[in-house]
Design a binder for this molecule. Structure first.
Ligand SMILES: [Zn+2]
Ligand SMILES: [Zn+2]
Length: 498
């Protein structure tokens, strides 16, 4: 779209009544904005859809005339979808500045060879002539009937300490890293903090990289906050326009928010590949209000985070023990020789076969992690000679959900899996092994997460975790050390009884 500036107002070319010089929005130096007209009767539906958001014209089912009227009355702003400084483009929505992620196309909206961002294209194309639209008009506060929280559970000692720190960070608009071991019960640690935020009229966002987690957390939070609206956002979800006090979203959908939240809770910070971290940081920065709090949750903070915490640059609270007061299972390393070579001859290392057999004989369910899908497909028939009901699962598996369910229902004795099941899933009483733990895909954080699948329930608080390898890696050693250290810390603090 092209705009002209007439009487210090931005006017879309379609609405011009006289011939003017028009430009794509990114070529306009200063975009004029208007003072809010307090007497203007704005469209409440538009307000609800646009509060705290940054959307494209295509995202909004309102005529341009109506949007323009709201702009002229100071209720919305147009921002440049792509800003160009010193000849270098930057995408306003996703923060992309990498020239490899920009391309040109012949644009029918501005009639020019238009530059667009490839990095966030799956959320609708942003190009040099695209305005990003946000609400600047009146905002309504939530009406809260306190108390909000309806939960009768109790917190462990470790959870209690962390919960208090979360409340404090939210009240003081600060940042806090909650480092909780796998199985510590981190969601419960948030309840009090979210409640505090909601009762003081704050808008809360809980963001996580994976849709699975959004789907799992939504009913849990609706359950403990039954009197409020909870928006659940992921690709294709129906709550897209729901303006709720509590939003649970994939980090991806966060890109549509602008100065929306007083409190952002970012779950599984460690689950991001390094390459998307910058986009994520940008998304979080944009989605937060200027004065806001930020809670990061992780079981495996990366090096950078750990150093920053040690140096006191970041506030941190740890939950070193699980809620059931048993220590974390410590991985055992077992050399299994050149298993890939053996696999080419359709054979498996003896100690792995023994490991599997022992569990099948004892009727104990188990997971075997394998670094690659093609390897897994070769291993499956070999292992099935021990029991034909053994299954294998990977990320693109159309029967993924059914297979996980069958494992939960104890219909499957054993599941072979790629890293897809490294986090998020809980099977009550299992042993876990990794085959080829030396593979690069098994990072320190992946291995800690995998070990964290064992011994999660009250009924079965222990279990075995074995790393079968063809040469120890730094990641393996670090993962083990980290688990041992957490157990030590928990013992020192009196959080473990066994
Ligand atoms: Zn972008
Ligand atoms: Zn264009």
């Amino acid at each position: 779209m092209r705009f002209a500036i007439v009487h210090s107002k931005l006017i879309p070319d379609k609405l011009l009544t006289s011939p003017e010089i028009t430009l794509p929005i990114s070529s306009i130096d200063q975009i004029p904005f208007n003072q809010m007209n307090l007497n203007y009767s704005y469209n409440i539906e538009l307000q609800q859809q646009l509060i705290g958001k940054q959307l494209l014209l295509d995202d909004l089912a309102f005529p341009i005339e109506e949007l323009q009227e709201h702009y002229e009355n100071g209720c919305l702003i147009y921002r440049k979808g792509i800003s160009i400084e010193k000849n270098k483009p930057a995408c306003t929505r996703c923060g992309n500045k990498d020239k490899h992620f920009f391309a040109h196309f012949p644009c029918s909206r501005c009639g020019e060879d238009c530059l667009y961002c490839r990095k966030c294209i799956m959320m609708g194309r942003i190009s040099a002539c695209t305005p990003l639209i946000s609400w600047t008009g009146p905002t309504t506060l939530w009406e809260m009937n306190s108390p909000q929280l309806s939960w009768n559970g109790s917190l462990s000692e470790g959870q209690q300490t962390a919960s208090q720190r979360v409340v404090q960070a939210i009240n003081e608009n600060k940042e806090l890293l909650v480092w909780a071991v796998c199985g510590a019960g981190k969601t419960e640690v948030l309840f009090q903090g979210i409640d505090t935020a909601l009762t003081s009229g704050k808008r809360v966002c809980l963001a996580t990289p994976r849709t699975d987690v959004v789907l799992e957390l939504t009913p849990r939070l609706k359950n403990v906050f039954p009197n409020i609206q909870v928006a659940s956002l992921y690709g294709g979800s129906e709550d897209r326009h729901l303006n709720a006090p509590l939003t649970i979203t994939t980090t991806h959908q966060l890109l549509r928010f602008y100065q929306a939240f007083d409190t952002v809770i970012l779950d599984e910070v460690d689950a991001f590949p390094y390459s998307v971290e910058e986009t994520l940081q940008h998304a979080v920065r944009q989605a937060r209000k200027q004065s806001s709090s930020m809670i990061y949750l992780t079981a495996t903070p990366n090096e950078k985070w750990q150093t920053e915490c040690l140096q006191g640059k970041k506030e941190i609270v740890t939950i070193p023990a699980r809620f059931h007061r048993h220590p974390l299972p410590v991985p055992r390393f077992q050399w299994c020789g050149n298993w890939e070579k053996l696999l080419k001859k359709n054979r498996l290392p003896q100690n792995i076969l023994q490991w599997v057999k022992k569990r099948l004989d004892a009727n104990k369910q188990c997971l075997l992690f394998i670094p690659k899908i093609d390897k897994m497909e070769k291993i499956l028939p070999l292992i099935r000679t021990l029991n034909p009901n053994i299954e294998a699962v990977h990320a693109e598996d159309p029967k993924r959900k059914e297979k996980v369910m069958a494992m939960r229902n104890k219909e499957t004795p054993m599941l072979l899996t790629t890293t897809i099941l490294e986090r998020g899933v809980t099977f009550p009483n299992i042993d876990v092994a990794v085959l080829g733990a030396e593979d690069r895909i098994f990072t320190e954080s992946a291995l800690v997460q995998i070990a964290g699948r064992v011994g999660r329930s009250w009924q079965a608080p222990s279990g075995e975790i074995t790393f079968f390898h063809y040469g120890k890696t730094k990641a393996m050693i670090r993962a083990k050390n980290k688990i041992v250290k957490m157990n030590e810390e928990a013992r020192k603090k009196g959080l473990i009884d066994y």
